[in-house]
Ligand binder design. Structure first.
Ligand code: PLP
Length: 350
């Protein structure tokens, strides 16, 4: 069975984590000030703690840990309606009511960020880019993370570069509120996941290991308000060295999927001038359950992304997209991508 997920860390990254690594992330993260955190959600909470204003614009549809971070920072969320990609018109409706705006680049896709920057400048609203899934994505040939006042990234296990941790990149220098050390058990758990994922997700074994992943996904989502250990930074930095290759593989696979699945099934397409990070290929359908079920018969798993939710109950676009998404990770061999595409074509034609 081909799994929905695929992860980036390899044994060599885990080994090189034991040694000091060069700070080679500057090719992708351009803001002058950088601070590491224990997770993306903690990075967002720490950014929000820097701000005087209380009212924060939050996308109606994104990973729910974004809202958790806003609440833990003691701020008031004002939701703007959004689908996978936010629409400037929906942001215009709330911009006069907020002090800061969070833009989440869901699954690595980008909105018209230049217009959003102009809107924030006009209304003196602080712009926070949620690059948790968008490391290396570009709008109009410019890297995301440099458009706003603050950006944060995630190095959670299933992200563009996967292990554990997060990072704040900002125009102004920031001073972190004190946090706890990352528990050794959490770090060890991440090391184990990073060492066994190739075996765990192997097509011959995955039908047996799958249930353990389900248990993991059903766990609740803790705040992860930790400092990031040096070892984890080194593992991440070592992956940065080959991030151009990782990104190229995702992009090439995306080009193939877009070409082959156009007119076969609806999926999220990048807007003009944007180059997504292509963390996932994102299918939009009214028949998620049926398609998943049929694809399982072809030994292919697509995922529903349960952490991505409509964060408020009066947002039509967010509520509409919430149950329509099926994804598969694009970081894998073309051979596997071809099997997935073939399976989708078969299911859609029948
Ligand atoms: C869009 C988005 N924002 C923020 C986060 C938070 O990142 P982390 O899991 O590292 O806290 C995630 C991932 O969970 C995410 O997908």
């Amino acid at each position: 069975m081909i799994s929905q997920q695929s992860l980036t860390p390899c044994i060599s990254d885990l080994f090189h984590g034991l040694f000091k690594q060069k700070n080679n992330l500057r090719k992708y993260i351009l803001q002058p000030h950088i601070v590491w955190t224990g997770s993306g959600r903690e990075a967002l909470r720490q950014i929000l703690l820097q701000l005087d204003g209380k009212n924060i614009a939050v996308p109606g549809y994104t990973c729910h840990v974004v809202l958790d971070a806003v609440e833990r920072a003691g701020k008031n969320p004002t939701f703007y309606d959004s689908s996978v990609i936010a629409d400037v018109k929906d942001i215009e409706k709330i911009i006069t009511k907020v002090d800061a705006l969070i833009i989440s680049y869901n699954f690595g896709f980008l909105p018209d960020i230049e217009r959003i920057v102009a809107l924030c400048k006009k209304h003196k609203v602080i712009l926070i880019e949620d690059c948790a899934q968008a490391l290396g994505a570009k709008y109009n040939n410019q890297l995301v993370g440099f458009f706003g006042d603050y950006a944060f990234y995630s190095f959670g296990i299933s992200k563009n570069i996967g292990f554990c941790g997060g990072l704040i990149a900002s125009k102004k220098k920031i001073k972190l509120q004190k946090t706890k050390k990352m528990p050794l058990s959490y770090l060890m758990n991440t090391i184990i996941k990073s060492s066994v994922h190739t075996l765990f997700f192997h097509p011959l074994i995955y039908r047996f290991t799958k249930k353990y992943l389900q248990e993991e996904l059903e766990k609740n989502h803790p705040p992860l308000a930790y400092k990031l250990p040096r070892y984890a930074k080194n593992v991440i930095l070592h992956q940065f060295k080959r991030y151009n290759k990782i990104q190229r593989k995702r992009q090439q696979n995306a080009v193939y999927c877009v070409r082959e699945l156009d007119r076969i099934i609806d999926f999220v397409k990048p807007i003009e001038k944007s180059d997504p990070s292509w963390l996932y290929f994102v299918i939009k359908t009214n028949n998620t359950q049926e398609i998943m079920h049929q694809l399982q018969k072809h030994d292919i798993e697509l995922g529903e992304m349960h952490t991505f939710q409509a964060l408020s109950s009066n947002l039509p676009k967010s509520l509409d997209i919430e149950n329509k998404i099926l994804t598969f990770a694009l970081y894998r061999d073309l051979q596997d991508i071809k099997k997935i595409v073939k399976g989708i074509k078969n299911v859609c034609r029948n």
